[in-house]
Design a protein around this ligand. Structure first.
Ligand code: HEM
Ligand code: HEM
Length: 280
């Protein structure tokens, strides 16, 4: 019985490969039913095999078979728990789930379009992160948004009628803070947005990121804060995307382990069964 159950358990693999086949009657081919039977019978064969083995390990062959059997059951239970728990967590915490392989591409849009220039295929500066930086530290191309007309804040009447000196417009952030902001973006934020944890950036952890942005906030004028807040949000979005990748890895990485253990165990079980029945 234990042997038959294990062969049925192994049949989940070909069943998965043939997942498009709807079968007849359809109810018997439902993946949900197969998984339920897989889990139920998988747990049931645990006492069957252990009792059959007489609560012992026997010789070298049966010992290895039994150990692999136990590990298969443990990995199956682990996978079941992970599958039940993680997708819910994924849905609750990350409503806009991104496909794991797309994460670098999505985060790269915050930096710019791929130009394919150079062997690394760099990006142009068209992304939101660069645009925010430019809005803070560059002299604006057009007189208008995000400008600080020098003098107005001091109450100087700048109307033409008053014959005041022509207005000078300056970037929001200048001098050392501007240099620091640019250095932070180029050396830290942009690489982090492009390649996440692989960039080695401290922004990987939420606390370090909050500290870094808090320090920058102290150095810029109030009008620059919204843009800085948005840059922090971009770093947060990258962190969220990396979390999704990690969760996806947890969700799938146990399956090859479970499969490998079960194939090795079934192979040895067949050798053991044939030998045992032959000499019994
Ligand atoms: C994962 C599956 C299995 C495991 C881990 C396992 C393990 C064991 C162990 C530990 C023993 C005791 C050996 C001893 O005390 O020296 C044993 C005995 C035995 N097993 Fe299995 N077994 C499995 C499946 C099967 C199957 C499918 C069959 C037959 C269809 C089978 C037939 C036998 C027989 C006939 C014996 C008694 C022979 C003997 O004592 O040498 N076993 N098995
Ligand atoms: C001796 C017992 C078992 C054997 C031989 C076995 C074998 C297999 C095989 C061959 C697969 C297909 C792997 C793949 O799709 O690549 C599978 C999947 C699975 N097994 Fe087992 N298994 C056993 C016991 C268990 C137990 C006890 C549980 C849980 C309590 C379990 C949970 C699962 C789950 C959840 C999947 C589906 C993974 C997925 O495609 O989403 N298995 N198993």
């Amino acid at each position: 019985m234990g042997g038959l159950i294990i062969l049925f358990e192994m049949a989940l693999y070909p069943r998965k490969l043939a997942r498009r086949y709807k079968g007849f009657p359809q109810a018997l081919w439902s993946p949900r039913l197969w998984l339920r039977l897989h889990v139920g019978l998988g747990l049931l064969c645990f006492p069957i095999i252990v009792i059959h083995a007489g609560y012992g390990f026997g010789g070298p062959l049966t010992r290895v078979t039994l150990i692999l059997f136990l590990l298969t059951i443990v990995s199956g239970v682990w996978g079941l728990v992970v599958q039940q728990w993680l997708p819910q967590k994924l849905l609750n915490e990350y409503p806009e789930e991104t496909v794991a392989s797309q994460v670098d591409t999505v985060a790269g849009w915050y930096v710019g379009r791929r130009t394919g220039v150079g062997h690394t295929g760099g990006r142009d500066r068209s992304g939101e992160a660069y645009r925010l930086l430019d809005s803070l530290i560059q002299e604006p191309a057009e007189v208008g948004e995000l400008l600080t007309p020098v003098g107005t804040a001091a109450g100087i009447d700048d109307s033409p009628e008053a014959g005041a000196a022509p207005l000078r417009y300056e970037p929001l952030v200048t001098g050392l803070p501007a240099q620091e902001l640019e250095a932070f973006l180029i050396a830290d934020l942009i690489p982090y947005l492009e390649s996440g944890a692989a960039s080695g950036s401290l922004l990987v952890t939420r606390a370090a990121s909050e500290r870094r942005f808090a320090r920058l906030r102290e150095k810029v004028p109030v009008d620059a804060l919204p843009a800085l807040d948005r840059l922090e949000v971009l770093a947060h979005l990258r962190r969220t995307l990396d979390d999704q990748v990690r969760i996806n890895r947890w969700l799938h990485s146990w399956i090859p382990v479970h499969l490998l253990l079960s194939v090795a165990m079934t192979g040895l079980m067949l050798v053991h069964a044939i030998r045992a029945l032959k000499y019994w």
